[in-house]
Ligand binder design. Structure first.
Ligand code: GPU
Length: 817
């Protein structure tokens, strides 16, 4: 094998300019005079792909010919963000690009901005998948990302004049997608419906309809590794372009129905996050990509061998199930092995259990997917038989493992009774080799609560892998100012591959000169975001105020309500004269959040925040010292601008509800201080950066549990804290709805009578910590010292470290030799 070297490209800017010119002419057919920035973007992307091509092909060859087990990351979501800058960085072409494009007469940023962000994910889970495939490639581990190329990604969010969220379709493929390569020759047939019959004592599935799965391949270049992996996203197409039979019998519209039905499968990303929709189309999507991906992996490793020895399959590749969305892949692999390759049940089971591992991303019971047996039986009759048999085998196994019948009954994969369902998390836990949570606290709670029965009987399956984020995108690309300063401080840029090196920055927190440089970088990032926000949203932001940010999906458990109630209470203090506006540190409170289209209270919270912003921002009594802004359509691009500009990061979920969080890691690495509860990865961040450099408040998991047990009465807290009362009264009294007292009645009533996530109970503690934050912010040198200490101690949160943990604890493999 030849040496694999890092692709620090030796191409010159002039050569790169020629390559771009060539693509413009020979691929796109436009002259340089005719070219628009979008043309140059496509040409550049095409040129970069060619630079990566040799490494891509070699990585695939080494993977197939070598004996290093590969990883298949099965995920319904990959929230990649824009690709060009990342590909340039990893291709070693950034500087050449800047110069070449300028020489061609274009503004590099305009070329970058011509790329439409692919929003093929909802939030943290999808972005984690994107960080993980970046790290896999950067570590040189052979891997595939497998998912769906949705035609419509997460909706584009707008606000109407009442501040309500409007969802618009995200047709991200309106322009050319130069990154995705459609490979018609590597398609797969995916079958649905029909029935199972017995032929010669064998079960034979006679499907009713099928869909053609066509792979669209994206290169995943590693940073400085010389490796390029593949993200393979499936597109659904119809086999019958046009059903002639129907056409002859009836009419034109009916004749295209099968085509429409087939292509619907990859049409749209479900905008649900941490809740499950339970729709038939979603199960179709899940099976569609799981089935196509498993068949694809067999094709990759065994070619078209007539009788491949699939007992070696678990040595070739292991699959990570990113939450329960691909879990239908478990009975599918059983079916493939038995029905397509003739293995007996026990052999198939042995192969299958060695192949799959499962990551759980939630603690919310409503997020644990279940599918009605009736639905699976209709859509995938053979799979339902297999799942039933897995359940029978499991119940037998339990008989020998425990005498506790109630416990065995609780653990059923297929529930008993009238409307039985399949619990996908249980299926994955039983059939997978390993189960992991995504932060230490989360993994502990999985063992103690959510999957307790399973961890009692199968303790060895359970492990933790704390999430991470890629420093390439979220530091180097998002925050070039800080990246340069870190490189200067450390005297090397090796930290981008070994993030624990950041630790060596810690002494510099005591060096006033360095602290001032750090403060300057933060200030410049704030100005950069203010300029962006002015252009993009028309907001006027003052970079001399504290940037206090809360970005994440809008969910009751995440408690955006807590933040906005504290803002309202402060506003009420100012209005009533209890607090002089000059006694507060000036703040800009920034929200970014999408709500699931059907999530009523979440959407109402968005509306409330927008209208609080309208009132406060226009009130002369506040004099711009407290400002609330809500940039709509929060996405990866906005995150990359906003995180480096943020000074205070809000991670204020109810303890025991946020599995991990990943923006918390991005913020700490970019020098924001966190205000947060003891939840998810906050716990680990606080342990690493030190309690004195983290603003902790609120109840912990045990206190929350006790409060549920004792009976929680939110109204008591409303009565007990006059600031809280004033804030809720303002909302109820119509201050933010032009006097309409009904506008937010459902929200107010929920707070006072239910408040499931105990926002009111944590309110006073939240205010107290905000007062401390205000004081510390007055001492800028101290504040920035703490921010630097946060950066220095957050190297653990590189997704490279997460992947190394997976390699060691779950996948038992490593880099290509
Ligand atoms: N998460 Br379940 C999602 O983004 N979507 C989901 O459907 C589910 C979980 C998030 C968790 O809420 C977050 O805490 C975690 O950091 C992230 O997954 C990645 O593990």
């Amino acid at each position: 094998m030849t040496e694999v070297t890092a692709p620090k490209s030796s191409v010159t800017a002039a050569q790169f300019a020629d390559e771009i010119r060539n693509e413009l002419k020979y691929t796109q057919g436009v002259t340089i005079e005719q070219a628009k920035p979008a043309d140059v973007y496509v040409a550049t992307a095409t040129a970069v792909r060619k630079h990566l091509m040799d490494s891509w092909m070699k990585t695939q060859q080494d993977m197939v010919n070598g004996d290093t087990k590969a990883v298949g990351y099965l995920s319904a979501e990959f929230l990649m963000g824009r690709q060009l800058r990342n590909a340039l960085l990893n291709g070693g072409l950034t500087e050449q690009f800047e110069e070449a494009v300028k020489d061609l007469g274009f503004d590099p940023q305009e070329v970058i901005d011509a790329e439409y962000e692919p929003g093929l994910g909802n939030g943290g889970l999808g972005r984690l998948a994107a960080c993980f495939i970046d790290s896999l490639a950067s570590l040189g581990v052979p891997a595939f990302g497998y998912g769906i190329q949705y035609r419509y990604g997460i909706f584009r969010q707008e606000f109407d004049e009442d501040g309500k969220q409007i969802e618009r379709p995200d047709y991200w493929l309106t322009n050319e997608d130069p990154w995705g390569h459609i490979d018609y020759e590597r398609d797969q047939r995916v079958n649905f419906g029909g029935e199972v019959v017995e032929e010669d004592g064998k079960k034979v599935w006679k499907p009713a309809w099928s869909v053609r799965a066509i792979p669209v391949d994206y290169m995943v270049p590693g940073y400085e590794s010389g490796r390029v992996n593949t993200l393979r996203l499936w597109q659904a197409r119809s086999y019958d372009e046009f059903d002639l039979l129907t056409f002859n019998k009836s009419d034109y519209l009916d004749a295209v129905k099968p085509k429409v039905k087939a292509e619907n499968i990859s049409k749209i990303l479900y905008p649900e996050d941490s809740t499950q929709e339970g729709k038939e189309l979603r199960l179709e999507q899940q099976y569609f990509f799981a089935s196509a991906s498993l068949h694809d992996a067999i094709r990759v490793f065994y070619g078209n061998e007539e009788n491949p020895d699939l007992t070696t399959f678990p040595n070739k590749i292991c699959f990570q199930l990113n939450d329960t969305h691909p879990v239908i892949g478990i009975p599918e692999l059983m079916r493939i092995l038995m029905d397509e390759y003739g293995y007996d049940w026990d052999t198939a089971w042995d192969i299958t259990t060695k192949t799959f591992n499962y990551t759980c991303h939630t603690l919310l019971p409503e997020a644990l997917e279940v599918w009605p047996v009736s639905l699976i039986a209709k859509l995938l009759p053979r799979h339902m038989e297999i799942i039933n048999k897995i359940n029978d085998q499991f119940m037998k196994e339990l008989e020998s493992l425990t005498d506790d019948e109630a416990k065995a009954e609780r653990m059923r994969i297929v529930t008993a009774g009238e409307n039985p369902v399949v619990r996908m998390a249980y299926l994955a836990t039983y059939a997978g080799s390993h189960v992991n949570g995504v932060a230490e606290l989360h993994s502990q709670l999985l063992k103690d609560v959510t999957l307790r029965d399973f961890s009692d009987l199968y303790p060895a399956k359970f492990t933790n892998v704390t999430n991470g984020v890629t420093p390439r995108r979220f530091m180097k690309l998002a925050n070039p100012g800080l990246s340069d300063l870190i490189t200067e401080g450390l005297g090397t840029d090796k930290w981008l591959e070994d993030l624990e090196l950041l630790k060596n920055l810690e002494p510099l927190a005591q060096d006033d000169e360095f602290v001032k440089k750090f403060a300057k970088v933060k200030y410049d990032n704030k100005v950069r975001f203010a300029d962006f926000a002015k252009k993009e949203y028309g907001f006027e932001l003052d970079a001399n105020t504290m940037f206090d940010t809360m970005i994440k999906r809008l969910h009751e458990y995440k408690r955006q309500a807590l933040k906005i109630l504290e803002v309202i209470a402060t506003y009420a203090d100012i209005k009533s004269g209890k607090v002089k506006v000059d006694d507060l540190q000036p703040r800009t409170v920034i929200f970014g959040a999408k709500a699931a289209p059907g999530y009523y209270l979440a959407k109402m919270t968005i509306q409330l925040i927008n209208n609080v912003a309208k009132v406060i921002n226009n009130d002369p009594d506040v004099m711009g010292k407290l400002k609330v802004v809500f940039p709509w359509n929060y996405n990866i691009r906005v995150a990359q601008m906003l995180i480096p500009a943020t000074e205070l990061d809000e991670q204020i979920s109810q303890a025991g509800k946020e599995a991990s969080g990943t923006s918390n890691m991005k913020f700490a690495l970019n020098g924001a201080l966190t205000v947060g509860t003891l939840d998810g990865a906050n716990v680990e961040i606080r342990n690493l950066v030190g309690a004195e450099n983290f603003f902790l408040f609120g109840m912990d998991v045990d206190q929350v549990e006790k409060m549920y047990a004792d009976g929680y009465e939110p109204a008591k807290y409303y009565e007990a804290d006059p600031r809280l009362k004033a804030a809720i009264d303002m909302v109820a009294g119509g201050t933010f709805s032009n006097g309409d007292r009904n506008a937010y009645a459902p929200l107010v009533s929920d707070w006072l009578t239910k408040d499931w996530f105990m926002t009111l109970a944590d309110f006073t503690a939240y205010h107290d910590i905000q007062a401390e934050i205000d004081t510390l912010y007055g001492d800028q040198l101290e504040w920035n010292r703490k921010a630097i200490i946060n950066v220095a101690n957050s190297g653990y949160f590189s997704s490279d470290r997460s992947i190394e943990d997976y390699l060691e604890r779950v996948w038992m493999t490593g880099p290509l030799k």
